[in-house]
Design a protein around this ligand. Structure first.
Ligand SMILES: [Zn+2]
Length: 256
């Protein structure tokens, strides 16, 4: 045995590769009895990207059974940590569409979401319901303030364009002028293919049953949750287990 392949050196190399490829390492460390993240889709926003069949004609190129888990409106102390723990337990990466003022209020929690390997997109600064009903300049200013707040919290600076150019409208309330402004800046617009409808109060088991019924109908897709909702945080471990048992696969997205 040479010094090049001693156990300690192998352990060090292993640790290095784990830190360099968190998604792959997480799946390997998790083992076959966990859901894992089956693939990471690189999404180009160079064209006019608008995806999610609840709002738009197209969606992401997902295969049958593939599910993109998305969580809106955080970071939110209490529930976001629970959701991160459930995702980590199953080695699943997800996409969080954060509200700017939440990221400003809880920057350490925002950074933790990123540090755990999830993708962080944008969801306006103050969550107007809806942006389409505001004067356009006000709506644009709120969107822009949201980009700045989230990037400031995550990376310590905002360059004038969001590092991850993924945006979701509060309440899916878009307008054509706002869409065109985002497209001109190569910022992709994300709707959803199915909703958890977790804005409605229900018991965690009712929430679980509702989402699984919808997933079976759509055979996967972009799924909208809220990491602000206790019922969602409570049901997530059982939901991820149900996904695995029924053959659904978790995918995540990153900018191309
Ligand atoms: Zn929202």
């Amino acid at each position: 045995m040479t010094s090049a392949d001693t156990p300690s050196r192998r352990a060090l190399l292993g640790a290095l590769s784990l830190s360099l490829v968190p998604g792959a390492a997480g799946a390997a460390a998790c083992g076959p009895d966990r859901l894992g993240t089956s693939r990471v889709l690189q999404v180009s926003t160079a064209g006019r990207l608008r995806v999610g069949r609840r709002s738009y004609p197209r969606t992401l190129p997902l295969a049958a059974g593939e599910v993109l888990l998305t969580f809106d409106d955080g970071p939110h102390p209490g529930t976001t940590e629970q959701i991160l723990a459930a995702l980590a337990m199953e080695c699943v990466k997800a996409t969080f569409f954060m509200i700017g003022r939440q990221a400003t209020a809880y920057p350490a929690l925002a950074r933790r979401v990123l540090a755990e390997g999830h993708t962080v997109g944008h969801h306006s600064n103050t969550h107007p319901m809806t942006l389409a009903q505001l004067p356009q300049a006000d709506a644009e200013a709120d969107i822009e303030a949201g980009f700045a707040a989230v990037d400031q919290a995550l990376y310590g600076r905002y360059t004038g364009r969001p590092r991850t150019p993924f945006f979701r409208y509060p309440g899916f309330g878009d307008s054509e002028p706002l869409n065109q402004g985002l497209a001109a800046r190569r910022i992709g617009i994300f709707g959803a293919d199915l909703w958890a409808s977790d804005w409605n109060d229900m018991a965690p088991d009712a929430q679980l049953g509702l989402v699984m019924r919808r997933l079976r109908q759509t055979r996967g897709g972009i799924l909208l949750f809220h990491d602000t909702r206790p019922q969602t945080a409570a049901m997530l471990p059982a939901f991820l287990e149900a996904m695995r048992q029924e053959g659904f696969r978790a995918v995540n997205i990153v900018p191309a």
